[in-house]
Ligand binder design. Sequence first.
Ligand SMILES: Cc1cc2nc3c(=O)[nH]c(=O)nc-3n(C[C@H](O)[C@H](O)[C@H](O)COP(=O)(O)OP(=O)(O)OC[C@H]3O[C@@H](n4cnc5c(N)ncnc54)[C@H](O)[C@@H]3O)c2cc1C
Length: 510
Amino acid sequence: QNPACAAVGTETYDYIIIGSGAGGIPMADLLTEAGKSVLLVERGPLSSGRYNGTMKPDWLVGTNLTRFDVPGLFNQIWRDPTGVRCEDHEVMAGCVLGGGTAVNSALWWKPHTRDWDLNFPTGWKAKDMQPLIEKVWNRIPGTQYPGRDGKLLNQEGFDVVTKGLAEAGFRGVIPNDEPDAKNHTFGRPTFFLANAERHGPLRTYLETASMRSKFNLFVNTDARRLVRTGGKVTGVELECYKNGTRGAGHSGTVNVTPGTGRVILSAGTFGSAKILLRSGIGPKDQLDLVKASTLDGPTMISSDQWINLPVGYNLNDHVAPNLGPMFWQTITGSDGIVRHIQWQARVEGRTDTAMTITQYVGTGTVSRGRMGLRANNLNTRVLTDPYLRNAVDKEVVATGIEYIRGVLSKIDKLTWIVPAANVTTSTFVDSVLPTKESRGSNHWTGSATIGTDDGRTGGNAVVDLDTKVYGTDNLFVVDASIFPGQITGNPTGAIIAVAENAAKKILALK
Ligand SMILES: Cc1cc2nc3c(=O)[nH]c(=O)nc-3n(C[C@H](O)[C@H](O)[C@H](O)COP(=O)(O)OP(=O)(O)OC[C@H]3O[C@@H](n4cnc5c(N)ncnc54)[C@H](O)[C@@H]3O)c2cc1C
C-alpha cells in the first residue's frame, strides 16, 4: 500500500455522502446545518484556490486562484483533462472537489415551471420547488456581467442575431427574472460568477459546511462500493485515488453510525449508478458483468442479496450549449407534447466572421438511453445513446431549425454556411448522427430515476419520493441521476434545488 494512503479511523458518521458535485455539496451543508455529522467523500483532488487547490498555469502562480476559479479557463478541461476529468467515465465529467460545478461553463438558469410539472412526481412539483429555488438564488444570484467592471465587450454577434430575432417578434428578457418566458424570447447568458471568479456551491454551501465541526472531508478517495446486509448499509469501502492510480487519500471501510446512519450517493449520473451496480443493486445483466469482472468478481456481494432495479435506464442528455445570445422556443409536436428548445449563439465558427448556433431540446423530449459498465475494468459507458430515438423529438428539432433559418436569413449580410441554402432542413438533421460525439451536451441525467413506480416490480423508479433506493433502509441518491426527464436549460441550478428538497425529506424521515 502506498504510504501516502491513510487508513480510515474508527469514527462513524450520521451521513456519508459520496461525491462533492452539484448534489453532494449542498447536501453536506444542509445536513451539518441540521446538526448531523457528515463525511463527504470525493474521489478527485482539491480544486478552487479557496480550498488550497494547486492546479494552475504559470501566470496564476503567486495568486490564490487556480484554473477552476478563472472564467477564461473554463474550457481547459477539454485541452488539459489529466487529473481533472473522471477517467473511468466514457463521457466528460469533472472528478475534482466541486465535481461539475468546478469545471463547467457556469451557465445558471432558474428552471421553468414545466421542468418540474411534466416529469417530476408528487412533492417535487413547481409549487414545492419554488421556495427552494428562491433560497438557492439568494445564495447564488449569478450575473450577466462576468467582468469586474460591469462592461460587456465584443457584443457584435449578440447585436446582429438579436436584431433579427426582434424583427421576427422575439422579446428581449432578463432570463432569470422571467424563467417561464421561454417562447419567442431572447436574453444574455447568466453565469454563477461573482467578482470575476467562479462562484456557485463551492463558494457558498461548501464555505458554510466547512465552518462546522461535524463536517469532514476526504479528497483523493474513491468510494468503491457499499457494505450492506440486505437493505441495511453499514459502511462504504474506500480506496486512495490520484490521477487514476492509488495515491494520497483514505483507504478501508468507513462506517455510518450504527442503527441510524445513512449513505447518500451524489457521484453523478454515471458515478452513482456505478456504485449501485458494484454494490449488487441494478439489472441482472450488469450485476452479472460485475460478478464476472476481475476487479470485483471474487469479492462481490452474493447474488441472494442482489436488489433488482432499473439502474442505468432512463439516461438523458440534451444538445450542447455555449455563449452568446440565448433564445427560446416551445414547439408542440404532432403527439401533442410541448417541447422546449434553448438556442445558444456564439462568435466561434469556421471563419473569423462566423458564428455557431447550438440548438438543444429539453423539456418534453421522450427519447431515453441507457448506461452500463464495461467488462473487467467496470468503466462506465453509454449502452444506448439517448438522442432522437423518438420520431416526434426529431420532428421538433427540424421544425425549430426550419423556423430559425427563416428568421435569421432575413438579417442583412448574414449568410447561412451550414446548412447551405441548397440543403433541406431534414437532410441536415439526418446528417448529424444521434450519437454522444455529435449531439452530446454533458447534461446527463437519469440512471436512478425518482418515482412511485417501484423498479423491483417492473416500474421505472430506482428511488422513492424521499430519494431512498427501493429495497434499502438507509441508502439515498441525490444528484442528476434521479431526474425523470430532461429540463429546459443547463441543469446545475435545478440539481441544487433538488438537493434542497431531498435534504428536507431525508431529515424528516424517522
Ligand atoms: C464540461 C462541462 C460543462 C458544463 N457546463 C454547464 C453549465 O455551464 N451550466 C450547467 O448548469 N451545467 C453544466 N454542466 C453540467 C453540470 O456540471 C452537471 O450536470 C452537474 O455538475 C451534475 O451534478 P451531479 O451532482 O449530478 O454530479 P457532479 O457535479 O458530476 O458530481 C459528482 C462528484 O462525484 C465524484 N465521484 C464520482 N464517483 C465517485 C466515487 N466512486 N467516489 C467518490 N467520489 C466520486 C466526482 O469526482 C464529482 O466530484 C457541464 C458539464 C460539463 C462536464
